[in-house]
Design a binder for this molecule. Structure first.
Ligand code: ARG
Length: 491
């Protein structure tokens, strides 16, 4: 190898600078390489290299001059981008080769006191943090969209369903907040996944630590991590941060699929109109307006479930410490987070741009004798055992589900006239879905008064979670600035 390899026309850009000719070629070369997929962690690897080199210099492990040359080379490599990298088994090897191409053998000092095993684990965590914050942000936007719907439709009665059958009247606000609460828990799970991801494995080396006097806390700090993954074998091996994240996303995708399905059913019944921007038409049937975006949101649960399964299966039974199966693990997490975050954005857009058909909802709210429970509840409040009241209303449901049917059923079941409990006028009022909703004011219920409290809970939770997101984002930004300043002080 010449002293200045960048001028050496005979240098092949295959990673030979890093590992000599041993294992640098062969028919399985492409099969082994993760270089193309590693584009996703290119910037992460540059940051990790920078922090590591700064630490090596601060600890006196490499000379200041060597650090300066390497950091300058990294600057140029970062500017040229992933596509300009030489060939290599992966981005770590390719960047190291590029450094050595630029500065000569001194560039080989960059890989002191580390391994690609701790390096890749650090890069994955570094990049995943950004993606997780984007997905958290998407959940917040969707929750805000649901909150808006709830604000607007506190009094909009609609049929509530169980087993897809009209069950009891509720309101659009109550329905919307039921999803907001579920997705709020997804936000929490994503934030928890973030906090577990936000620990630095760097310095674990291949798995067995290093004899060099490294400072793991320093590299963690420079990269914005909250702490280190203590055990060096765990640091190199662990991918459960990918699992936490993918599992949280699969849960979110499951909620999104339910939300999409509800909206598809509601659109089908004419309860809600989707904006044309979120619908498609048929290529053959000109009258069709298909809820295609929502169907793809619904299908994203399949993508996420596949990602989670792929990850679990890849990790299952892996022995300690590093095995290159791990190279195939991260793709499952990336495909999941991309698909689920995009679906979250689309669900928010579809919801925000949809129009609720209040009169169709009001007309349907009482269909199918949905106020039967309201009458039974009232009879029980008047002193009749609930089971007896249920029997009367079940009988009435079989015979038309109106005031006459209720009276006829009561005459069969009761020894006394129904009038003892309820007048005809009271019965009529009880069959009104609006009345039913207003009476259901137990905590968390659909009555506008109860929904008002739920709206307060949602607003508070959104504030808290926005702050949680901002704190983490500004932590990353600050670390990024610090690293940039520290790097400049070394070049
Ligand atoms: N490209 C590898 C990965 O993504 C990096 C670590 C390679 N280490 C090794 N011993 N082959 O996991």
């Amino acid at each position: 190898m010449s002293d200045n390899p960048s001028n050496d026309a005979s240098l092949d850009r295959t990673g030979a600078a890093v590992r000599g000719d041993r294992f640098s070629g062969g028919p399985a070369r492409e099969f082994l390489s993760s270089l193309a997929a590693d584009e996703r962690i290119f910037e992460a690897d540059i940051a990790v290299d920078r922090a590591h080199v700064v630490m090596l210099a601060e600890q006196g492990i490499i000379e200041q001059s060597a650090a300066s040359e390497i950091l300058t080379a990294l600057e140029a490599i970062a500017l040229n981008g992933h596509d300009s990298l030489p060939d290599g088994e992966d981005v770590h090897e390719a960047i190291e080769s590029a450094v050595i191409e630029q500065v000569g053998p001194v560039g080989g000092k960059m890989h002191t006191a580390r391994s690609r095993n701790d390096e890749v684990a650090t890069c994955l965590r570094y990049r995943l943090r950004e993606d997780l914050l984007d997905s958290v942000s998407a959940t917040l936007a969707l929750r805000a969209a649901l909150e808006d719907v709830a604000h607007e439709h506190t009094d909009t009665v609609m049929p509530g369903f169980t087993h897809l059958q009209p069950a009891q009247p509720t309101t659009v606000a109550h329905w919307a907040l039921s999803y907001e609460r579920a997705i709020a828990r997804d936000t929490e799970r994503l934030l928890a996944a973030y906090d577990r991801t936000n620990c630095s494995p760097l310095g674990g080396a291949a798995f067995a630590g290093t004899p060099f006097p490294i400072d793991r806390e320093r590299t963690a700090e420079l990269l914005g991590f909250a702490g280190v993954v203590e055990n060096s074998m765990d640091a190199a091996s662990a991918r459960d941060f990918l699992l936490d994240s993918t599992a949280a996303l699969a849960g979110l995708a499951t909620h999104l699929s339910g939300l999409a399905e509800d909206l598809i059913v509601f659109a089908n019944k004419g309860y809600v109109d989707l904006s044309n921007e979120y619908a498609s038409t048929s290529s053959i049937m000109p009258q069709k307006k298909n809820p295609d975006t929502l169907e793809l949101v619904r299908a994203t649960a399949g993508t996420a479930s596949a990602g989670l399964d792929g990850l679990l299966t890849t990790l299952k039974g892996l022995p300690r410490a590093y095995n290159i199966d791990l190279q195939r693990a991260s793709g499952h997490a990336w495909s999941t987070i991309d698909a689920v975050t995009e679906a979250t954005d689309v669900a928010a857009g579809a919801l925000t741009s949809a129009t609720w058909n209040e009169s169709a909802l009001a007309d349907a709210a009482g269909d199918g004798f949905t106020t039967a429970t309201a009458v039974a509840d009232k009879l029980a409040m008047c002193g009749l055992p609930f089971r007896t009241a249920h029997e009367i209303l079940a009988d009435a449901a079989q015979h038309g589900g109106d005031v006459d049917a209720i009276e006829a059923a009561a005459a069969d079941v009761l020894d006394e006239p129904l009038e003892t409990y309820l007048t005809r006028d009271e019965l009529h009022a009880l069959l009104d879905p609006v009345h039913s909703v207003e009476s259901r004011d137990s905590r968390g219920g659909p009555a506008p008064s109860a929904v008002g409290e739920q709206l307060d809970t949602t607003a508070d939770a959104l504030d808290t979670d926005r702050e949680a997101l901002d704190r983490r984002r500004s932590g990353l930004e600050q670390a990024h600035e610090t690293l940039t300043e520290v790097v400049h002080s070394h070049v």
